[in-house]
Design a protein around this ligand. Structure first.
Ligand code: FAD
Length: 495
């Protein structure tokens, strides 16, 4: 199959940006006024606001509100174009990026490259857990979890109606007590205890168990001991059971096995498990490491120079969750600020201005929401809890949700959920839950479901050749009939 070269005819400096997340989008936008052509290549057509994924999983927000189309966001930026594709190769010598969609391969050349491909879930070497305990990194994850969570209540209702024990269906386990795990556990508890409390007849949704488990000795380690203890207290008030110092050693269809520091092993039966524990940087980091010698850390993050470039390749910037630099955390602001820095550096070079010097991250603070009206926030040395922290969380997330339309609808959905007890986005389908495992069984994934690139053209060419031969034969026969006057005789005979 022939690959297509995606380069345009422009002689301007070509910037390729990999990823449409925080780093990719903010980097592209920061190049708006710069005399370059930007090609953003990403494997999804949307920009995902990951911090609110848990609200899609628990039916508060719709996926569209947190994942607007990148093409629409950038429609007014005339020096930028968007190319759908999963980047499968980066050739630093040739300065090309290879991307693919359903077997269609594209090469894109660059003068400068910004790699912002983010991170995925890590199961710490136990990838087999993923089938039973999905992580929460993308829209597919969130919709699958939505289906599993609401589906568990439905199955419990059926089981209870038949007189069966449904404890395993009404036990929800969240692995990982970082911000995502805390937010998820808090929200499932709200669903069980508030949102769904009047909706079932055979089960009492308030009896559902929500368990948050982590090997660490405290909840929210990066927030410090005091805020961690406060978050744990708030979760327990909501009815979440918090188990700390317990390592998850096995996960299967029906439950989880945990090992405690004293060697004790405990199993909890739970059909719905959510993995919010580990992070692994995008595998593109390995490709870059192999070509530059820049080392990778245990999470697969690549060591970059202080100006976010790769050793020996000042034209390649890596930003966001993929980098290992000065212990920077994997948060949105690191990606946003890094990408803006890279864009400015490209601009300076084109204008022969001096470099900005090393990249400095400005820590604007961290927040985690526990439930409605309850959150924790750490800003510098200041700690906030309760309603104040929750209001700060609300304001900040509203500012960062992309697009005015999405802000308004998110605000309405929050009013429904936080002031009322509703959850407007509870639609789930069988495909959301099972389609991914079905796709996973295909050798080449979705590519197995579509014709190979060029297969249609080849089939049409074959058809045309056969048809042409038929027409030629027909024409020859017509000529023979006319020459031998057989046609006329036949025609006369018919009359
Ligand atoms: C559930 C969750 C909650 C979070 N909550 C918070 C929070 O409250 N506050 C906070 O600051 N941070 C939070 N984070 C972290 C924050 O979202 C990340 O730090 C941030 O998204 C990193 O930005 P990035 O650009 O490096 O990667 P991402 O935003 O993940 O973007 C990566 C992009 O690369 C694309 N991509 C990946 N591989 C390829 C490929 N091979 N080819 C083409 N495209 C590719 C992806 O589709 C995506 O568009 C949260 C993360 C998660 C998962």
């Amino acid at each position: 199959m022939a690959a297509i070269e995606a380069a345009g005819s422009s002689t301007r400096h070509q910037v390729v940006v990999i990823g449409s997340g925080f780093g990719g989008l903010f980097g592209t936008k920061a190049l708006r006024q710069v005399d370059v052509d930007v090609t953003m290549i990403a494997k999804t057509t949307h920009h995902l606001f990951q911090p609110l994924l848990y609200q899609v999983a628990t039916g508060i927000l719709s996926q569209g509100e947190i994942a607007p189309p990148t093409r629409e966001i950038l429609s007014g930026q005339h020096n930028a174009r968007v190319l759908l594709g999963e980047v499968t190769g980066i050739d630093l010598e040739a300065r090309t990026v290879t991307s693919q969609v359903l077997g269609r391969e594209t090469f894109t050349s660059y003068d400068s490259l910004i790699v912002a491909a983010g991170a995925g879930q890590s199961y710490f070497g136990n990838d087999q857990f993923a089938e039973f305990a999905p992580g929460m990194k993308n829209i597919d994850d969130a919709l699958e979890l939505r289906g599993r969570i609401f589906g568990a209540f439905e199955l419990a209702e059926i089981g209870a109606t038949r007189g069966e024990n449904v404890d395993h269906l009404l036990t929800f386990m969240v692995v990982g007590a970082g911000p995502t795990g805390v937010e998820m556990a808090g929200q499932i508890a709200e669903l069980a205890h508030r949102t769904l409390k009047k909706d079932f007849r055979a089960i009492n949704s308030r009896e559902a168990r929500v368990i948050l488990v982590d090997a660490a000795p405290q909840v929210l380690p990066p927030f410090g001991q005091k805020l961690g203890a406060k978050a744990k207290e708030e979760l327990e008030k909501l009815g979440v059971e918090v188990i700390l110092g317990a390592m998850v050693t096995d996960v299967d269809e029906r439950g989880i096995e945990m090992k405690f520091k004293d060697g004790r092993v405990e199993r909890v039966d739970s059909v719905t498990k959510i993995w919010a524990a580990g992070v692994a940087a995008n595998p593109l980091g390995r490709t870059l490491s192999e070509q530059t010698g820049a080392p990778l850390d245990r999470a697969g993050r690549i060591a970059v120079n202080p100006d976010l470039t790769l050793p020996g390749h000042p034209e390649v910037f890596v930003v966001g969750d993929m980098i290992a630099l000065d212990n920077l955390p994997g948060v949105a602001q690191v990606a946003i600020q890094g990408a803006k820095y890279a864009a400015k550096e490209i601009d300076h070079r084109l204008k022969s201005k001096p470099s900005q010097g090393p990249f400095h991250y400005f820590d604007k603070g961290s927040m985690a929401i526990i439930s409605r009206f309850r959150a924790v926030a750490l800003i510098g040395k200041l700690r906030f809890t309760g309603v104040i922290a929750w209001l700060m969380w609300l304001a900040l997330h509203l500012i960062y949700i992309t697009g005015f339309k999405n802000r308004i609808t998110a605000l309405l959905h929050w009013a429904v959920s936080f002031i009322g007890r509703g959850s407007s986005e509870r639609t789930t389908t069988e495909q959301q839950i099972f389609a991914r495992s079905a796709l996973g069984r295909l050798k080449r994934g979705a590519a197995d479901l579509v014709s190979d690139p060029g297969a249609y053209d080849a089939a049409r060419a074959l058809l045309e050749t056969t048809r042409r031969a038929e027409l030629e034969a027909q024409a020859a026969e017509e000529a023979r009939l006319t020459d031998s006057r057989e046609r006329g005789v036949n025609a006369e005979q018919r009359v």
